[in-house]
Write a protein that binds this ligand. Structure first.
Ligand code: PAF
Length: 288
């Protein structure tokens, strides 16, 4: 099994990438914060279909955490992550140090627009500025042709697609469907922090989304009624507190009051389960 190259500074990463690009090789990047799980592995496998070389980035980005305690407790199983990358024959890992990412004197931010205002943006002040800034820096270091993201972070994916267009970054963006546990829970690095009781309670999140999707298949039912039914399912779980559950346009993240618009929509949710914040979403097919 060949070992991936590991780079810890933007310059070293860029030198490698530019050499490969000049040799005519196409590069895919999979940006992550580590604590890799099966969902990431599926994204890495997908990346292989889009390029000659796959680069995984691992960086727990302090700028995108709105709570210091969340940043500090974020899992960092570095050697497991490196093993997973090696097993998938990743070509290079960009594992920058905090100092090389944000050196003393760092003073620039990429501030997204309206798409970042609601939902995750409203509940996690500064989060999307941190994401947009670090993704821009990761792209500048890796110089990828294509970047692959999971669809679980749907607002993040929409925002990055918009940013790439607006800033002429010249990177193709591709989203991979969410990978789920057998009981429906979306795979997430944060699931590691759920106690056994909270892990059992967390199934209320995919269950509520399924209730919403089933309700939305009936074009005679108003969204307000379907939403109340889905919320009731979460509210019945003593360990869970819902932050939002809404129907949105998947590109702009503007709230939809009606699913009969003839366009695809997304049902999105953020729920605290015993101190762990989980997000999830499901696509709603277009209806006449
Ligand atoms: O989705 C994530 O893991 C992070 O938000 C990302 C895109 C790697 C930026 O830090």
């Amino acid at each position: 099994m060949p070992s991936p190259h590991i780079f810890d500074s933007p310059t070293a990463m860029r030198v490698w990438s530019l050499e490969r690009s000049r040799a005519g090789q196409r590069i895919a990047v999979v940006p992550t914060m580590g604590a890799l799980h099966r969902g990431h592995e599926v994204v890495i496998q997908e990346a292989r279909h889009h390029a000659d070389l796959v680069v995984v980035t691992i960086f727990v980005n302090p700028m995108q955490f709105d709570r210091a305690e969340d940043f500090q407790s974020y899992p960092r199983p570095a050697s497991e992550d490196l093993d997973i990358c090696a097993r998938h024959e990743v070509d290079a890992i960009y594992f920058p140090t905090a100092e090389s990412m944000y050196p003393v004197g760092f003073d620039t931010r990429v501030v997204p627009g309206a798409i970042a205002e609601g939902f995750e943006g409203a509940h996690r002040p500064g989060h999307f500025t941190g994401v947009a800034t670090v993704v821009t820096k990761l792209f500048n270091a890796v110089r990828p042709d294509v970047a692959i993201f999971g669809r679980k972070d749907a607002q993040q994916l929409a925002l990055i697609s918009q940013m790439v267009t607006d800033l002429d970054l010249g990177v193709e963006i591709y989203g991979v469907p969410t990978v789920r546990e057998p009981d429906g829970l979306a795979m997430s690095s944060r699931n590691r922090r759920l106690s056994p009781e909270a892990r059992a309670a967390a199934t209320c999140v995919p269950a509520a989304l399924n209730v919403a999707i089933a309700g939305l298949s009936d074009s005679d039912r108003p969204w307000s009624e379907i939403k109340s039914e889905a919320l009731a399912l979460i509210e019945a779980e003593p360990l869970a507190t819902v932050e939002y559950l809404d129907l949105v346009d998947p590109t702009t993240f503007i709230t939809r009051e009606d699913h009969r618009s003839g366009h695809h929509s997304l049902v999105i949710a953020a729920v605290w389960v015993d101190g762990v914040r989980l997000i999830d979403n499901q696509q709603v097919p277009a209806q006449a």
